[in-house]
Design a protein. Structure first.
Length: 110
């Protein structure tokens, strides 16, 4: 296998979904706010001020909960990925070989 073929094998792109706590929190809070508006308007027939307070509280609580849970989950997952990569480097696994080949192709440090 020549050098170009090896480079193509290691350059495969894996689709990755980055979880953004801010965007997920905003989307979840918006959906929860719409649900509260629908429920309050259809069933409870509350006045506008009470409705605004309920929607605001729902938005803030939902946003904070989703943001914090996403942040915690990302910290856990990224720590585990870093530990797995470090273990593979120490064991001479695929991560170690890829790093070594990158250093050789760039002529030194990666």
């Amino acid at each position: 296998m020549d050098l170009m073929t090896k480079a193509r094998v290691h350059m495969r792109v894996r689709p990755v979904v980055m979880l953004d706590g801010d965007a997920l929190g905003f989307a979840a809070a918006t959906l929860a706010g719409v649900a509260v508006v629908a429920a309050d308007m259809l069933w409870l027939r509350l006045d506008l001020l009470t409705l605004a307070v309920r929607v605001g509280l729902t938005f803030v609580v939902t946003y904070a909960a989703v943001f914090l849970l996403t942040h915690i989950a990302l910290r856990i997952v990224l720590r585990e990925v870093a530990e797995r990569q470090a273990a593979q480097r120490l064991a001479g696994g695929p991560a170690a070989r890829t790093a070594t080949e990158d250093e050789q192709s760039t002529g030194g440090t990666a």
